[in-house]
Design a protein around this ligand. Sequence first.
Ligand code: PLP
Length: 382
Amino acid sequence: MARPGDPVGEIDTPALVIDLDAMERNLARMATFARGAGVRLRPHAKMHKSAELARLQIAAGAVGVCVQKTSEAEALAAAGIADLFISNEVVAPHKLARVAALARELTARGGRLAIAVDGAEGVARLAEAIRAARVEIDVFVEIDVGQGRCGIPPADRDPAAAVALARQVVASPGLRLAGLQAYHGKAQHVRAVEGRRAAIAAATAAARTTRDALERAGLPCPLVTGAGTGTHAFEAASAVYGELQAGSYLFMDRDYADNETDAAHPPFEHALFVMAQVMSVSADRAVVDAGHKSHAIDSGLPRVHDPDGRRRLAFENGGDEHGILRAAGGGPLPGLGETVWLIPGHCDPTVNLHDRYVGVRGGLVGGHLERLIPIDARGAVT
Ligand SMILES: Cc1ncc(COP(=O)(O)O)c(C=O)c1O
């Protein structure tokens, strides 16, 4: 196995490689953007599942990170992260007991845990677990601003729902109403800028109406949190959202790169690659050692990276352990043993297929292995 200092060519394949220089530029661009826009940044760590990367984000100015699952929160907390928001609903009593225990632990460490809710039964169960653990937790009422997933209707669709749920939170000892979660996931991948802008304009209007309804009812709404990589500049400019949850900006997958670009959003670079090696060649194809056990294909196949502009290759699915490369535009096929860099279609589920990142410094061509980075919450899906 390659060790720190070894040239890139010695990394065993397939490997999940971070181009550390590119990732650090992405990290800095988003931190600078959030600071300039006057909003908090709480990146989504469901994407990278790594305490080391969360620490880098926090060192660059993030207030903490989001996670999606109880076990993800536990894994990152065990690896040293103390300010976590489970931006998702948890309703199983045995899991809520773990949430309460974690809230207690993080509070004792000077940190904090927050969670989202979207129903009366969920709030009652959370309150029961929190009461039993004699602790407090920040609670965000989640509203559905267009994703059609979790969340109660915003006040423009149901004037009473959010007020009633927020009132229940406030009336539950140990639960602190922290604001609203208003995340529009579907808007992130609308290709046209105008489509994304319109979706977030509607989400913002719904969030504003709901926040105003809470405040009119005498309920605090200190923060509206949401946004992803594809739209965060719109939420940041809304004067409604106070916190951005973008995650994928750190790595930039192929699917995000397929969005129409927009000057309002910082430019992010591909920083996550599956490094693969050609293991078989024939007249019309080359076969690499990375199939969909190395990269997720829910958002489509990887794109073959062309770092030195030498050739264009098309990737075809070759199954679990194989990828088939065809020459696109008449260029040459790579030879046996050559390295090929794949840009995954979707970074989050790709990361979950690997135990560690291989951090490369000095570029994919000619760089060296700087460090291995654990994926602490790999497989943490409960
Ligand atoms: C609740 C929530 N917030 C933020 C994000 C971050 O989105 P992205 O990684 O696309 O920036 C996600 C991603 O699915 C999410 O589910």
